[in-house]
Ligand binder design. Structure first.
Ligand code: NAD
Length: 392
């Protein structure tokens, strides 16, 4: 295929209910400059916008977003915040809610989230609960947010328990954006570690591609990884568009993650995450010369653990885990981590995951190249084998 630098627009149609109207994801270099005209078409003329931007995102992108909104005749103000897993809390949401109230935003207000997955999750959640829900627009600034978190409507924050334990994404709402504007010109400034972290979700999509209408995604990703790593515009647009299309297909089939289909419906997107969420917030982990785990790093390790767990249960051949491990390594991601607590502790943490129902651990496990299924209460020995496989 000849790569095209034309913008791509993908329609997300979640469930078809009036509460979750369809929206477009616009992908390409420079599309942030169209933010104002996109909003103008979707919002009442008196709408006001609050641009919530992560201070880690270069200031010029926030200025471009504001310019675009104001040129389109929208009243817009900006507020910057420091996005991180430790600010992704109810306090972070409360700060935004209080700003919206102080600035007298009403139900015609629009929150524009300019940042990575953390900013989208927090600003989208604030929009979802302010005056019982106002509109929001996602302007993802990381690869992870473009290929995954900006699409599908899940928003929310981590919950800190007394004693210091942190439960990932434990509180939130499904609140779809009005539009997603994914400008690939924002990606060159992204630090390598954050870029690599986004690739983990792309590997996850490749590993479920055959179930969701893109069986070629694994081969395409392997063949084009070097160009993607060099952040060449055309392969980046292609990678993001294919990921968004896949996620749109999943969300259209099972918006609220209620499907009991063996392939898991939306739960398939949780592949690697029950393992990953259990290890992501842990202190004292390290790999290569990095300390701690970014979200995508934990997800990548979770994919390996899930594949090795499935291998131990004879659900899948070793080649599926080998291929995943090799690709994750080429993405600059960890395949082993130092400092993990013992398996019993980790399995107890996995039982805290949101996907646990009635105390039953449910894992998304690979059953073939590109295919997964949900397994309820897998043998503990197999889960432990998965965890042992990612221990340095
Ligand atoms: N809602 C969902 O469906 C969903 C799906 C997947 C992940 N997530 C969540 O997403 C979060 C991870 O997202 P993330 O990896 O984007 O992390 P992030 O938002 O923390 O961004 C990573 C880092 O990159 C910096 N940054 C962002 N854009 C930049 C740019 N263009 N140039 C320079 N620096 C930039 C940020 O300041 C930050 O330090 C996790 O909290 C995860 O739980 C949500």
């Amino acid at each position: 295929m000849v790569p095209s630098l034309e913008n791509r627009t993908i329609r997300v149609s979640p469930g078809g209910s009036a509460a979750s109207p369809a929206y477009d994801v616009t992908i390409g270099p420079g599309v942030l400059h169209s933010l104002g005209s996109i909003l103008r078409r979707l919002c009442p003329s008196e709408a006001r916008a609050l641009v919530v931007h992560d201070s880690g995102v270069p200031e010029r992108y926030a200025a471009a977003a504001l310019d675009s909104l104001r040129s389109a005749g929208l009243e817009a103000i900006a507020s910057s915040w420091r996005a991180s897993e430790s600010t992704k809390t109810l306090h972070g949401v409360e700060d935004l809610l209080s700003l919206l109230a102080r600035e007298r935003f009403d139900r015609r207000g629009v929150v524009v989230a300019l940042g990575g997955g953390v900013t989208g999750d927090v600003a989208g959640f604030a929009a979802g609960v302010y005056q019982r829900g106002i509109a929001w627009v996602a302007c993802p600034a990381t690869l992870l947010a473009m290929v995954d978190s900006a699409v599908g409507g899940k928003t929310g924050v981590n919950l800190a328990l007394p004693g210091g334990d942190v439960l990932k994404n434990m509180v939130g709402v499904v609140h779809h954006p009005l539009a997603v504007v994914a400008d690939t010109e924002l990606l060159p400034s992204l630090p390598p570690r954050a870029f690599h972290s986004g690739l983990a979700e792309c590997v996850k999509h490749a590993m479920i591609g055959a179930d969701w209408g893109d069986p070629e995604l694994m081969d395409w990703t392997k063949a084009n990884l070097s160009k993607v790593q060099n952040r060449e515009p055309a392969p980046l647009v292609e990678l993001i568009a294919r990921s968004v299309s896949l996620k749109a297909t999943v969300v259209a089939a099972d918006e609220r993650e209620t499907s009991e289909a063996s392939g898991g419906g939306r739960m398939a997107l949780n592949f690697g995450h029950t393992f990953g969420h259990a290890i992501e917030p842990l202190a004292g982990l390290s790999w290569s010369d990095h300390s701690g785990l970014e979200h995508g790093e934990a997800v990548g390790l979770g994919l390996i653990a899930a594949a090795r767990c499935a291998q131990r249960m004879n659900l899948v051949s070793p080649e599926v885990g080998d291929e995943a491990e090799d690709l994750l390594r080429r993405c600059g991601l960890p395949t082993r981590v130092h400092g993990l607590p013992d398996n019993d502790t980790l399995i107890a943490r996995m039982r805290h995951d949101k996907k646990v129902r009635g105390g039953t651990l449910r894992l998304v496990l690979p059953v073939a190249r590109g295919r997964v299924r949900v397994v309820a209460e897998p043998p503990i020995k197999a889960v432990a084998a998965g965890l042992t496989a990612i221990r340095a």
